[in-house]
Ligand binder design. Structure first.
Ligand code: 26Q
Length: 809
């Protein structure tokens, strides 16, 4: 096929226009005269996608030619965010596109509003996956992200005074112009059934599944910024096989029964589980996990075999990163494939498996550590349970050899938990079956070694590492905050900071420039005007994250109630006007979190209706927090609330996004807050509260929330107000939960938090001081680029090198 080449895509405005028109006619099947905004959106998306597809083809060719070591990121969740604006930026076609759509009678902004974000994740973990694949491409690392193409993403949330209601998120209802279906790469996945011995091969078994489901992949393009690399995220969709449609039942008029099996199969990728911390032990969730793993591993092996023959090379060419324990069933699955299907010796297979995987842990909460009932795994994945037993037996033998006679240690470390029912501890399996384990911030990695995984860190100290999380500067400042990005580019002389975020440190030398400071402040104000959440001259105080008791939205609420009461006690006081913005979703089954949402909405409405307090205090709670909404809120924030109980938030990444956009943090010594404070400087961070050791000690010392209630009149007044009946049953429930047990030591940190908020107000009143703090936060956030995170993984865990993609021609 030599000499056959691709027609070059247009580079001038005219040519881009021509490409757009031809897509409108020949791919969308409509005409200029009758094109709707949706037609224009779909057509523009295809035109932009074409530019990336061309880079993708060159990337694939470069990767094939170099037969490199690959990074495979396995994640049950991706929160990729809206695609159009990102792909315009990464393909460098923003201006061409704006002109071309204008000629059609549309504005780019109108079309961007039609771009729906695929909400295929819950929160931090899903968005981290998206930032990492962005940075992998930006760093020219050969990588594929594997995930599930849920038909319904994270629910759409509506906030009223009755709290949160959930609606299904049929995100691809009108199609998704960004994805490429690849039905030829479909895989077959088995479930249930039984195993049979293989005569003469004691390690091998034949698994005869009782149910077969097809996995159909489609992929989204993941361009790098400032490079020609375009990687992919490959998402699997469950499809029934032809055989699961029962034609004889259909012919007999049993229509529902005829499709029952097919519906069951396709339910696997129907909906994202909206829980982000507690495990419900649902069979369908485990099916989702195995579905992802089985399809992805077969795809990885298929790709390996395109260029390699010898299994001894597999672990040199492949590293598979497990995004938390959700895809950990990949460890016994790879063993099964190698031992049962490819007939490798157990010990050879185990060596390959261990070398291939690495595991990232994202939590410390004991209730968030995944365990699955042995009975469920036995039923759904009988062969995998057998393999897990062998892995465990060999592992415990090793522990026994290291620590002779230490039965308690063996019980603690076993992959199988015995009481109160037998369960598989996925985190133990993940540590045993991988070469590297990492936490997501310094403190988190340290606490992992000292608490939940301490026995494993004793056994294998070198396995445990830290890789502090990061965020994509393209999405979270360049796209979210174009005004500030332009000012930074002007201040630093060019936009190379977008690929080398530590360059932001250069802003420090502009702090003395009064006109620079003025412009900085005007931009923050303009962003607040655009957000339209409250008075742009008020202190915009934001708490945006999933609702969870450990994150302590309830502490922020107590602060709001106290401010309200103070204003009432002294209406003529010199109050700092504040707009308090909450946004975030609660898991539908997490009643305490949903109560808190309702209470915040109700208190907010009470304040809004109050003529005394409302000039100074406003609470807003926009519905449906997602990546798109985050991009609007973050640039407008003055104050970033990062007030989790120390030792509970593994890292946080919203904290990084807000600091990068010049918000000043009020926070505890938790997660990445510690590293943010170390970099932006103690004077530019409002610290308060117990540290992780004090918090752990408080409970041991018999923490009594009531003692704090009784000794602090303002705290008492705030809790009494919530529990008074004025806010109904929810107020009661929240107040009594705080007074009764207060799992996350809210009352213990209340006074310190209010004192820190008083310091915030003092700093805010000195506007020049505040602006300097704001600039310093941005200037010293460079470390938190996900490009740095990926460089850390590449050097210390993956040991991969970039493969540059040659430019066109
Ligand atoms: C597990 C089993 C069954 C159902 C659901 C789940 C599940 C799903 C999602 C468990 C946890 C999650 C998500 C966790 C998460 O988002 N963790 C956050 O990860 C961020 C990135 O590392 C950190 O910054 C946050 O601190 C951490 O809370």
């Amino acid at each position: 096929r030599q000499g056959i080449g691709l027609r070059k895509l247009g580079k001038t405005a005219d040519e881009f226009q021509q490409d757009l028109l031809s897509n409108l006619y020949y791919r969308r099947g409509t005409t200029v005269e009758s094109a709707s905004a949706r037609d224009a959106y779909e057509t523009l998306s295809l035109t932009v996608r074409d530019r990336l597809a061309e880079r993708r083809a060159r990337t694939a060719a470069a990767h094939y030619a170099s037969n490199p070591r690959w990074v495979y990121y396995l994640s049950a969740e991706y929160l990729l965010g809206a695609q159009l604006e990102q792909n315009l930026l990464y393909s460098g076609t923003g201006n061409l596109a704006a002109e071309a759509v204008k000629a059609l009678g549309f504005s780019l902004e109108d079309l961007e509003d039609l771009d729906v974000e695929p909400g295929l994740g819950n929160g931090g973990l899903g968005r981290l996956a998206a930032c990492l694949v962005d940075s992998l491409a930006t760093r020219d690392i050969p990588a594929v992200g594997y995930g599930i193409r849920y038909d319904l993403g994270i629910f759409r949330q509506i906030i009223t005074e009755n709290g949160q209601t959930e609606l299904p998120d049929d995100w691809a209802f009108q199609g998704n112009p960004w994805e490429f279906p690849a039905p030829d790469d479909r895989q077959t996945v088995g479930f249930y059934g039984h195993t049979e011995p293989v005569p003469g091969s004691p390690d091998r078994k034949v698994w005869v599944p009782g149910e077969i489901v097809l996995g159909e992949p489609s992929h989204m393009l993941v361009p790098g910024y400032g490079t020609d690399t375009v990687n992919i995220v490959r998402l699997w969709s469950a499809k029934a096989s032809e055989a699961s449609f029962d034609l004889s039942r259909f012919s007999a008029g049993q229509y529902a029964e005829a499709v029952q099996e097919a519906v069951r199969a396709e339910n696997i990728s129907k909906v994202l589980y909206p829980d982000d911390s507690t495990e419900l032990g649902r069979e369908l969730r485990l099916k989702q996990q195995y579905f992802l793993v089985s399809c992805s591993l077969r795809d990885i092996i298929r790709r390996f075999r395109l260029r390699n023959e010898d299994w001894s090379e597999f672990a040199d060419k492949t590293v598979i990163q497990l995004n938390d324990t959700h895809p950990t069933i990949a460890i016994p699955e790879l063993m099964r494939l190698l031992v049962d299907e490819y007939e490798l010796d157990w010990s050879k297979a185990w060596e390959i498996t261990r070398k291939t995987f690495a595991y990232t842990c994202h939590t410390l909460l004991p209730e968030a550590l995944e365990t699955w009932p042995v009975r469920l795994i036995e039923k759904l994945l009988p062969r995998h349970l057998e393999i897990i037993y062998v892995i465990n037996m060999l592992f415990l033998r090793e522990v026994g050899a290291q620590f002779p006679g230490d039965q308690d240690r063996i019980r603690r470390m076993s992959i199988i938990q015995e009481e109160p029912e037998r369960r598989v501890r996925m985190a133990h399996l993940a540590v045993v079956g991988t070469e590297a384990v990492n936490g997501v911030a310094e403190l988190h990695s340290k606490l992992l070694r000292e608490t939940v995984l301490d026995d494993f860190a004793d056994l294998w100290p070198a396995k445990f590492q830290n890789v502090t999380n990061g965020i994509s500067p393209r999405r979270f400042i360049r796209i979210a905050n174009p005004r500030l990005s332009d000012l930074i580019t002007e201040g630093l002389g060019d936009d190379s900071w977008l690929r080398d975020l530590e360059k932001l440190a250069g802003l420090e030398s502009l702090i003395g420039d009064a006109s620079f400071r003025d412009r900085w402040q005007s931009i923050k104000r303009a962003n607040k005007v655009a957000l339209a959440a409250g008075d742009p001259d008020s202190l915009t105080d934001v708490m945006i994250k999933r609702f969870h008791e450990y994150k302590r939205q309830q502490l922020k609420l107590l602060h709001v109630v106290t401010l309200y009461q103070r204003i009432h006690a002294n209406p003529a006081g010199d109050w700092v006007p504040r707009t308090v913005l909450f946004a975030g979703k609660a898991a539908p089954a997490y009643h305490a979190a949903k109560d808190l949402i309702q209470l915040i909405a109700t208190v907010g409405a009470t304040i809004a209706a109050d003529p005394v307090a409302s000039p100074y205090l406003k609470v807003v709670f926009p519905s449906n927090y997602n990546v798109t909404l985050a991009e609007k809120i973050i640039p407008a924030a003055d104050l970033s609330e990062q007030i989790s109980l120390a030792g509970k938030e593994a890292s946080g990444t919203g904290n990084m996004k807000l600091a990068l956009n010049g918000a000043v943090t009020i926070g505890t010594l938790d997660g990445a807050n510690i590293e943010i404070r170390a970099r932006v400087g103690e004077d530019n961070f409002f610290l308060f509260g117990l540290d992780a050791y004090e918090a752990a000690q408080a409970r041991i010392n018999g923490y009594q929330p009531r003692a704090f209630y009784e000794h602090d009149a303002e705290l008492r007044a705030a809790i009494d107000a919530l529990g008074s009946g004025a806010f109904g049953d929810v107020g009661h429930r929240v107040a009594s939960s705080l007074l009764g047990w207060d799992e996350y030591l809210t009352l213990a940190d209340y006074r310190a938090y209010l004192d820190a908020q008083a310091q915030v107000e003092e700093a805010w009143r000195d506007r020049d001081r505040w602006i300097r703090m704001s600039i310093l936060n941005t200037a010293h956030s460079g470390f938190f680029s996900s490009d740095r995170t990926v460089a850390d993984y590449a050097a210390r865990i993956w040991r991969v090198a970039p493969v540059p993609v040659p430019h066109e021609d």
